[in-house]
Design a protein around this ligand. Structure first.
Ligand code: SF4
Length: 395
């Protein structure tokens, strides 16, 4: 089943997915417990969201070793801590990950995602580690939208990181018809504090192993989803996400007007922000198509320019046939392989080669067979016990 491989990684491995950044966690789960948290909608992560329970996936040293051993992490990658949880669950372990990674010669950048208000610890981390970035999400009308983390506290907390604003990303969202009126105040405060840009986000809803109708009905009742979004989420054939970062056109226009009036630069997607501000060389494709909306941003990052064929061989695709062309003015490689090229692989190849990779045998997310290829070639490094456990479930 498509997605089953990703589901097993998501349930057990320190790093489980890569898009423009690599998603990872030292600890799975989050005690904050936002009602709209996507990880409430996956059966293997739901028990760890808002219940007080947390699950260790790796020690800080093991996490660093996983990054060092992962073939889908390059010297230019951005590795997230707090993808299925919040980095505030283990603040004292973040320096330990960075110290261990440095000893192992890891050159990748790390991004700690933390919704909990920033404090002196965050400031100390940013001051001590130049390879560390932080990201936070501020939800306007937090309580009414479904999170206990008040936006006023988050905005006040950001003052701790103001000197390091070039290494802090701020996302504003999820934006819904019920909280859009409060977006302007958040943006104005950010501007007054010296921030120059922010990323705005729509809503995400999905499921795996949990009845999607139950999830969607709950969020619809909360006013988190519009009836149109609910309908789309229910009818979508997509694995994991029914709607992702979804914002209706009229709301988006209103949000963009607010950014303009306040004088902040708006980013629709994190990939655009990472490329333009942090020099992360993002892939020029998404979902096996050249992605028009990242092209201008991608130009700002220098690609390592590695050889595509060598990289394919490095990842175990020795039989790859490549045809070269151009799409939307971008150097494009049409790649034919027996083993599928997944979105994770396409994102890595795009990052290190700078060419748009379009695969004839493409999967949006790994199935069980593709995951065996991942494990054989160490796509996502992981402790031996995790590898054994995943292999056992694949039998
Ligand atoms: S802070 Fe993030 S990980 Fe934690 S419950 Fe809220 S959305 Fe989920």
């Amino acid at each position: 089943m498509i997605g089953y491989g990703e589901y097993l990684l998501l349930s057990e491995a320190p790093m489980f997915k890569r898009r423009y950044a690599v998603d990872g966690d030292v600890v799975l789960g989050c005690t904050i417990g936002c009602q709209f948290c996507y990880y409430r909608m996956i059966d293997s992560t739901a028990p760890y969201i808002g219940t007080g329970r947390l699950r260790r996936l790796a020690t800080p040293e093991e996490f660093a070793e996983s990054v060092a051993g992962s073939k889908l992490v390059s010297e230019r990658s951005l590795v997230i801590m707090g993808a299925r949880g919040d980095a505030s669950m283990y603040p004292s372990e973040i320096p330990k990950v960075l110290d261990a990674a440095e000893k192992l010669g890891v050159k990748a950048k790390f991004l700690a995602l933390r919704r909990a208000a920033y404090d002196k610890t965050v400031r100390e981390h940013l001051a001590s580690y130049t390879q560390l970035y932080y990201g936070t999400t501020i939800t306007p009308k937090a309580a009414e939208t479904g999170t206990p983390v008040q936006e006023e506290l988050q905005l006040r907390g950001l003052r701790h990181a103001a000197d390091f604003s070039d290494r802090v990303s701020v996302e504003v969202g999820p934006i819904t018809p019920n909280n859009i009126a409060a977006v302007r105040d958040v943006l104005t405060t950010l501007k007054d504090m010296g921030w120059e840009s922010a990323i705005y986000r729509g809503v995400s809803v999905g499921s795996w192993g949990i009845d999607r109708r139950t999830v969607v009905e709950k969020l619809l009742k909360m006013g988190f989803l519009t009836p149109e979004q609910a309908k789309e989420a229910l009818s979508s054939p997509e694995y994991f996400y029914g709607v992702k970062n979804n914002l209706d056109a009229a709301l988006e226009r209103a949000v963009l007007n607010m950014f303009e009036e306040v004088g902040l630069k708006a980013y629709r997607h994190t990939g655009q922000f990472y490329a333009e501000n942090w020099g992360v060389p993002i892939a020029l494709t998404r979902r096996n198509k050249v992605r028009r909306d990242v092209l201008d941003f991608a130009k700002k990052a220098q690609y390592p320019g590695k050889d595509l064929r060598r990289q394919l061989e490095h990842l175990g695709y020795e039989d790859a046939e490549i045809e070269w062309s151009h799409e939307l003015g971008v150097k494009t490689a049409y790649v034919r392989t027996k083993t599928p090229i997944t979105e994770d692989v396409a994102m890595y190849l795009g990052e290190v080669t700078g060419v748009a990779v379009i695969a004839s045998n493409y999967l949006p997310s790994p199935d069980g067979e593709a995951l065996k290829h991942y494990l054989k070639h160490d796509f996502f490094g992981m402790p031996e016990r995790t590898k054994r456990s995943i292999m056992e479930r694949l039998k």
